[in-house]
Design a protein around this ligand. Structure first.
Ligand code: NAP
Length: 217
């Protein structure tokens, strides 16, 4: 595959940052999207450049349709997109009876609608080239369910149907859509877990540990 842009939403931290660094080491020009963490995004760009790679930062909130449209216009000016990794994601955990509709909708808007928006905006260039790769970062909880995460798990299950439907529409144009479903990964997202919950999860993982962002990258 010719190396066009490798775009990663939420590329400023965690799994997204590790993916950006690995892609750049493999010779991809990388675009790191972020929402608030400008310093974190800059430090990923600096790390990539110090290894001789090419990286750009483009700020937009995947929850904001107009910002996504203008973010993708900015990306289109940098080059044509070969790969999109839909990685931006959040949690707002709580037991079902106490979960507000707002907490449900916020997570859906970021993890599911956000992924729809960015995948849709990346397609026109891929269709012209008849080539593209879209990867959604799902989660094992989308397949198994998770106590206190009805919002999060619903979005991660939803990504599977989304990716399969996109694939049916665009597979004939040589664009693939896949979901990676990681288990627990050592990032800011899991650093908030209590020791008790963490030990409970680790006891169920055959490896006996959380994995690193680099392993998912
Ligand atoms: P993280 O360390 O919390 O990083 C999240 C990233 O997403 C940050 O770069 C953040 O940017 C960005 N982001 C969040 N909301 C955004 C928005 N509205 N618009 C644009 N960017 C946004 O998370 P992570 O653990 O690496 O998780 C990355 C993905 O993997 C998520 O989809 C998550 O659900 C999935 N995952 C994680 C685990 C795990 O155990 N960690 C397991 C399975 C799946 P800012 O800092 O600028 O807001």
């Amino acid at each position: 595959m010719q190396k066009g842009l490798f775009v990663i939403t939420g590329g400023s931290r965690g799994i997204g940052a590790a993916t950006a660094r690995l892609a750049a080491r493999q010779g991809w020009p990388v675009v790191i999207n972020y929402r608030n963490g400008v310093e974190e995004a800059r430090s990923v760009v600096r790390a990539i450049e110090s290894e001789g790679g090419v990286a750009h930062m483009v700020r937009f909130d995947v929850c904001d349709e107009a910002a996504v449209v203008s973010g993708f216009s900015e990306i289109d000016r940098l080059g044509s997109i070969s790969v999109l990794v839909n990685n931006a994601g959040v949690t707002k955990d709580g037991l079902l009876l106490r979960m507000s509709e707002e907490d449900f909708q916020d997570v859906v808007n970021t993890n599911l609608t956000g992924a729809f928006r960015t995948a849709q905006k990346s397609l026109s260039g891929m269709m012209k080239k008849k080539s593209g790769r879209v990867v959604f970062i799902g989660s094992v909880v989308g397949l198994l369910g998770s106590t206190g995460q009805v919002n999060y798990a619903s979005t991660k299950s939803g990504l599977v149907g989304m990716a399969r439907s996109f694939a049916r529409e665009y597979g004939s144009r040589n664009i693939t859509f896949n979901v990676i479903a990681p288990g627990f990964v050592e990032t800011d997202m899991t650093s908030v877990l209590s020791e008790e919950l963490r030990s409970k999860y680790v006891s169920q993982i055959p490896l006996g540990r959380f994995c690193s962002p680099e392993e998912i990258a």
